[in-house]
Design a protein around this ligand. Structure first.
Ligand SMILES: C[S@@+](CC[C@H](N)C(=O)[O-])C[C@H]1O[C@@H](n2cnc3c(N)ncnc32)[C@H](O)[C@@H]1O
Length: 264
């Protein structure tokens, strides 16, 4: 590690926290409405309480659920476990060319880069703001983690991956595909991933899985994610083979899917 980065800690960000924060604000507005109602007389007080209390409950419930999400996905120990699993399943030798689509602040790219000797990771993202608005935070993290020579970050859309066919040994998509809206776009993203994978190359993806308990945790926010069958169907439809699906049972369940491009 370079002298100037000694003692610095990487910052992988609080992915999508703003949506949960908005729900907290909505909850607070609901609480204010209910409180105002409590000072008035019926029927206005009843009306304001009937609106304010459920809004406050839903808003605060979803906002607080971020703590669980954070603990299961983004906390250091959770990351060690998840990316440890990803690197194990990817069977990284050390010389691979790896593409990390939707790399955000480099959480997965940097962990994968740590497994490499002569290989290289390229992280691409549209930097739309969910986790960073430019490649700079990811580059800073790579320097702090001592892998800047093995990883690069640039703008790139998974719907139109800026690389030639058959370029990568591994393509990783960690918690990204649920952000691609509509089945058609998800199929397009998968075709692009397939195109840039070398024959025999591996695709690895991680997604929170929609299950009844996800709705208990996040109420209607549970619709953001899809069930396991959705991902297995999508991956199979693309033509990838040897699909293996691993479910890490927790609140929420997390699925890791690994598949290969046929050698032909
Ligand atoms: C939930 S974040 C996950 C970031 C990172 N993989 C991680 O594990 O921390 C999803 C990322 O996907 C990116 N993303 C969304 N749509 C994308 C697209 N069409 N092409 C590339 N990246 C995209 C977002 O900008 C965001 O950084």
């Amino acid at each position: 590690m370079a002298e100037e980065n000694k003692g610095k800690k990487p910052n992988y960000g609080y992915t999508a926290v703003k949506y949960f924060a908005y729900m907290g604000v909505i909850g607070f507005i609901g609480l204010c409405v209910a409180l105002i109602g409590s000072f008035l007389t019926p029927p206005l007080s009843t009306l304001l309480m009937l609106i304010g209390i459920p809004v406050a409950f839903v808003g605060f419930w979803i906002a607080v659920s971020y703590v669980v999400l954070y603990n299961s996905l983004f906390k250091r120990e959770a990351q060690e476990k998840l990316w440890g699993e990803i690197t194990k399943l990817s069977k990284i030798r050390g010389d691979e060319k790896i593409l990390d689509v939707g790399c955000g602040m480099g959480r997965a790219s940097i962990r994968l880069a740590k497994q490499l000797t002569t290989g290289k990771v390229t992280g691409i993202d549209i930097y739309g703001g969910v986790s960073g608005t430019s490649p700079e935070p990811a580059r800073r993290n790579a320097k702090i983690e001592g892998v800047a020579d093995r990883v690069e970050f640039k703008y790139g859309n998974v719907l139109d991956i800026p690389f030639k066919d058959n370029t990568f040994d591994v393509v990783n998509a960690s918690s990204v595909l649920h952000e691609i809206h509509g089945l058609e776009n998800q199929q397009k993203a998968m075709q692009e991933i397939y195109r840039v994978l070398k024959p025999g190359g591996k695709f690895v993806t991680l997604e929170i899985l929609r299950a009844p308990k996800l709705f208990f945790l996040m109420l209607f926010f549970g619709f953001v994610w899809s069930p396991k069958e959705h991902w297995t169907n999508l991956i199979k439809q693309t033509g990838l083979e040897n699909l293996r699906a691993f479910v890490l049972k927790a609140l929420p369940d997390i699925g890791i899917f690994v598949a290969e491009k046929p050698r032909k």
